[in-house]
Design a protein around this ligand. Sequence first.
Ligand code: ASP
Length: 594
Amino acid sequence: MIGSARFRTHACADVVDARDERVRVSGWVHRRRDHGGGVFIDLRDRSGLLQLVFHPDGEFADAHAAAGSLSPEDVICVEGQVVERSAATVNPALATGTVELRADRLEVLAEADPLPFSVEDESQEASEELRLTHRYLDIRRAKRLGALELRARVVRAMRRVLDDEGFLDVETPVLTRSSPEGARDFLVPSRMQQGSFYALPQSPQLFKQILMVGGIERYYQVVRCFRDEDLRADRQPEFTQLDIEASFVEPADIQDLVEAILRASFAEAGQTLPERFPAITYADAMRRFGTDRPDLRFGMEIQDWTTQASSSGFGVFEGAIGAGGVVRGLVVPQAGAAVSRKVGDELMAEARELGAKGLVWAAVEADGSLRSPVAKFLGSLAADFSAEPGDLIAMVADAEPVAQSVLGTLRTRFAERNGLIPEGVWAPVWVVDFPLVEWNDDEGRWEALHHPFTSPRSEDLARLEDDPAGVLSLAYDIVLNGLEIGGGSIRIHDRDVQRRVFSLIGLSDEEAEGKFGFLLEALKLGAPPHGGIALGLDRLVMLLAGERSIRDVIAFPKTATGADPLSGAPSPVDDAQLRDLGIAVRTPPAPANG
Ligand code: ASP
């Protein structure tokens, strides 16, 4: 560990190899215990913990006296002799538990005031607001430090794979041009061209494609991206991607590379991924799992009962089918007995909240018969769904997209609630054959399912204008345990195709020229076939660290309102700063840290 001998000859963890030597160590007072025989301190540095003993007598007296008044998290420098602990005092819970440092010199380098929350006792709950305000204390805790160390190792492993494959780490601008496609841009006002703005990049997409036109052939970057979205769930306004692009490639080349990168990353956490990742088409994923991010750690696939339901005599089913809808359902193994009428009503309410008109449930009894408020309409349902005695069947009758998405969500919820997700299993899957575009009803136009630079399959090009919904793209997403951890595609490298796609999504030639003229120009001047992907680093490390929030694997994350409680960002600025930029604020600034 780096450090001057003025402060340390050893890191705490290394003292275990310095038996009988005289050493000097520096760090934080993790824990202090005073006994009649002496003061015991667990000293902590980044490498770990070391027990210091301060005896009260002789040459040790001064240090002992000083140690008695130390507070948690004081920073100290200590010198002394490393001694082997007696068998009775060995602490197997500590990596350095076979030795201790008999301290005869103590220097206090910095004192710590009483702490807002304990560093040492990680079981002591502190609100996230408090932990973020004093993030340095939170980072001293072993769990947070461990996550940051893992993150650094994962990035190193990723870089190693890419460097070995001849990829070049190239930086792209942070101050760039606004081209809002997906999310809202963060804008930065230009002082020198007042009234004009830079945007912070949502991704380096265009620059990495231009690097391919520039002959770089293999590019990567561990890069911060910015999206000004309302922070639903577990999103951050700035997040990190491993961004990759390569020339003269097909989807399998990028997929093989990503599998190697993920394997190396998982190895850093002592985890093993399956030898080959399976692939599923978007259509199959939607049909079988009701989502394009299927969690393949468990089955419970969605099954169709529309044909049987159409002659069931049950008005709800027949009505939905008559309106062009479907009747679909899924089997939850051994969850039937727990479902009473009351629980059934709760399930119904839950399905309504998710957007369905309702939910029909049936429990399979020991004799194979069905227990359900509408059992008489369900005929051969149990046999049709291969349900076993004890199982629960949940059905939704609705327009197909509604039925699928509601059942898709219920599938994961049922699995979580009923403990049907196996522990310690990694189930990666490539989702492929996405549609190129989808219809946006609100805006009354087609929009790109990934981004408008994604290439259609060449065999679908002819129908781009006449049957846009039928055009599949060369996009691929990598999904792990139901979370999308990356997505990419082969790009359009032909200027005419790019123009046609722009026009399909409602960008006129002038608009396309205005926003993406530089790309179109580059595509005219010798653009190689190319493609790539971006992996979400935060989410990946979150999974590997076994954390539930990406905030736990980011050193300085923002809260759900996009604030940084540590620095107080965002904050109002001086009038003088605004004047320089030619900017007047129309609404008074909201209170800081809102
Ligand atoms: N730029 C894309 C994204 O950020 C990923 C890619 O297509 O490479 O989602």
